[in-house]
Design a protein around this ligand. Structure first.
Ligand code: ATP
Length: 204
C-alpha cells in the first residue's frame, strides 16, 4: 500500500540549546551519516521548567540561535513544536505531536547524548518513547554507553549507538565563557556568537 510506505527517516534531536554549540551540530551530523537519515530536526525545549536550572535565554532566543546554526545545512531543520505546546516539555509529547503532524510516512529516530540516554528510564512514559522512535545514543566525552548493560525495561536497552566525534563542549561551558568575557573560539557558530553579543545574552 503506497500510503503506508515509509518515505523519510527523520532524526529528532531535542535540547535546551542554551545556546546551541558545535557539539550539538556534530552529533546531528554523525547521526545523519551513520543512520542514513534524510533530515534531522532540532527541537527546542519550552521555557516552562519544573526542576532546577531553568534555561537562561528565552525560548525565542534559543530557537533563533538554532535557526542561525542550521540554516546552511539542507538536511537540518529547527522545530518550535515544544515551544508552541503549552507547559513543560516531555519527549513523549514531542514524539506524539510529530507523529500526528507527519503521519506514518516518517520513521522517527530520537537522538540523545549518551548522558541523556542513561537517565531515560526516569523520563515521562519512557516505554512509550521507545515505541514511538528508535533511540539513538551518541557518544559524549567521559560518558560510557553500552546498551547491553541495561535491563530490558530500560528504554535505551535497544538503542543504536553512534560513537560520534566526541567534541568536549557543553552549553554550560559556553555560557561560562561568555559570562566571564573569555573567547569561545570555535565552540559556537559565528552567527550564534554574533547573536549572543547583539542580544547581550549570558552576561555575568
Ligand atoms: P547544558 O550544559 O546546559 O546541560 P548541553 O550542552 O548538555 O547543555 P543540551 O541542550 O542540554 O546541551 O543537550 C541536548 C542534547 O545534546 C542532549 O541529549 C545532550 O546529551 C546532547 N549533547 C550536548 N552536547 C554534546 C556533546 N558535546 N556530545 C554529545 N552529545 C551532546
Amino acid at each position: 500500500m503506497a500510503s503506508s510506505r515509509i518515505t523519510k527517516r527523520l532524526g529528532v534531536f531535542g535540547g535546551t540549546f542554551d545556546p546551541i554549540h558545535k557539539g550539538h551540530v556534530a552529533v546531528a551530523e554523525a547521526a545523519l551519516e551513520s543512520l542514513n537519515l534524510n533530515e534531522v530536526m532540532f527541537v527546542v525545549t519550552s521555557d516552562q521548567w519544573l526542576r532546577g536550572n531553568p534555561p537562561q535565554a528565552t525560548a525565542e532566543d534559543r530557537f533563533r540561535m538554532v535557526e542561525l546554526a542550521v540554516e546552511n545545512v539542507l538536511e537540518f531543520i529547527a522545530s518550535d513544536v515544544d515551544i508552541l505546546r503549552e507547559g513543560s516539555t516531555y519527549t513523549v509529547d514531542t514524539l506524539r505531536d510529530l507523529r500526528a503532524q507527519l503521519g506514518d510516512s516518517s520513521e522517527l529516530f530520537l537522538i540523545v547524548g549518551a548522558d541523556s540516554a542513561i537517565s531515560m528510564d526516569r523520563w515521562k512514559e519512557a516505554s512509550v518513547i521507545a515505541e514511538l522512535a528508535t533511540i539513538v545514543a551518541v557518544g559524549r566525552p567521559a560518558e560510557q554507553f553500552d546498551s547491553g548493560l541495561f535491563d530490558n525495561s530500560h528504554p535505551a536497552s535497544g538503542a543504536e549507538y553512534v560513537e560520534g566525534p566526541m567534541i568536549d563542549v557543553s552549553a554550560t561551558r559556553v555560557r561560562d565563557l561568555f559570562s566571564t568575557g573569555q573567547a569561545v573560539g570555535d565552540l559556537v557558530d559565528e552567527k550564534v556568537s554574533g547573536y549572543i553579543e547583539k542580544r547581550n545574552l549570558y552576561h555575568g
